[in-house]
Structure formats: structure tokens, C-alpha cells
Design a protein around this ligand. Sequence first.
Ligand SMILES: Nc1nc2c(ncn2[C@@H]2O[C@H](COP(=O)(O)OP(=O)(O)OP(=O)(O)O)[C@@H](O)[C@H]2O)c(=O)[nH]1
Ligand SMILES: [Zn+2]
Length: 198
Amino acid sequence: MAYQHFEEYNLKVTEDVKERYKSIIEDLGEDVTREGLLKTPERASKAMQFLTQGYNQDAAEILKSAMFKESYNEMVIVKDIEVYSLCEHHILPFFGKAHIAYIPNGQIVGLSKLPRIVDVFARRLQVQERLTQQILDCINDTLEPQGVAVVIEASHMCMMMRGVQKQNSVTTTSGFRGQFEKIETRNEFLKLISNKFS
Ligand SMILES: Nc1nc2c(ncn2[C@@H]2O[C@H](COP(=O)(O)OP(=O)(O)OP(=O)(O)O)[C@@H](O)[C@H]2O)c(=O)[nH]1
Ligand SMILES: [Zn+2]
């Protein structure tokens, strides 16, 4: 299926972004003609296309491609899903883990589709709050479960390598819908993903 592999790089975009990277590297004081940097503008152009491929992908379609009728009515949790995204303020990485839970309402979803939709929304220019909300809304609107919960814990390079330069701060964002708005259900989920949330 098309979304499972990164499709061919768009030739025009690759060329345009490559030329701009050349100017940027020069403006930063480097010599783009030295051997080590000759292919760098093109590599960087492709890397950025890879890291923003989520704009061309449809998360709802990914979920819909693997939804199955099932009477299971308990909480389903997929935790510790790696997240790599780019902060929209500095275009620097933020990365960490996502934890997702839902309570089915007549249908379940293929487990791998949850990390897949995390990638669809993470591979864009993002803020952690919106990333959390988009994953939550997509599962809620597409699967229509009894409840859904998303927690993301992430470190932001723009706070580590520059700016305030804090190496150990972790930002936690969360969103809860349906059954997870009830404190007992929410606490059960938080306890199951980590002792520190109990
Ligand atoms: N809420 C939120 N803020 C973010 C995220 N990623 C980066 N930021 C923040 O975006 C803010 C941008 O603030 P500005 O004051 O315009 O940028 P700046 O001068 O580079 O700020 P400093 O990082 O404090 O040096 C900073 O406080 C960043 O820490 C995110 O995912 N969510
Ligand atoms: Zn930033």
C-alpha cells in the first residue's frame, strides 16, 4: 500500500530545496564546493521531505484499512511508541514516546496502525500539543470508540542545544475522550503506562 513506504522523492521539490540549502549553507559561512559538502544540499533536501511526508498521508484512511468488528470491550493500550517530530518554531527535532489507549465500541483496529498514525502527524512541522490532539481526534472520529487517551512525553532539541539549554526537561501532553474523561478510567490507563503517573 502506498502509505507503507516513502514514495519517490518529488524531483522538482528535491531540486528547488537543494538549491536553497546551497545558499543557506553558504550564508552560514561554509564552502559548498568542498568535497564533504558536495552532495549535502541534496541529502538535506531529501531528509526534509522524508521528515515532512505526513502532509501527503491520510491517517484516517490508514485506520480504516484495518478496522474489524469485535465484541472486546476492555481497554487496549499501545505504549512506548517512538515519536520523532520537528518543532515548528525552530525546525529542530523533538522526540520521545507516545502512549495510546482506546476502549472499543464494536470494532477494533489493527495494532500497528496506531504507531503508523503517530508517524503521519509527527512527520510535519508541529507543536507537541497539536500532535497529541490530532492523534486523539483521528482515533476518536474514525474508530468511534467508547473512549480514547493519548499521552506524549518528549524532549525538545530547541530547549537542549540552544535557547534555555536544559538537557533533562521532559514535556508531557495528554488528551482524553469519552470513557477516559472519567477519573477512574483515566487513572487505570495512567497507572498501566507508568508508575510515576499513579
Ligand atoms: N508549546 C510549545 N512550545 C514549543 C514547542 N516546541 C518549541 N516550543 C517553544 O516555542 C517557543 C518560541 O518562543 P520564541 O520566544 O518565539 O522563540 P525563542 O526566542 O527562540 O525562544 P527561546 O527558545 O526561549 O530562546 C519557545 O518557548 C520554545 O520552547 C512545542 O511543541 N509546544
Ligand atoms: Zn522549537
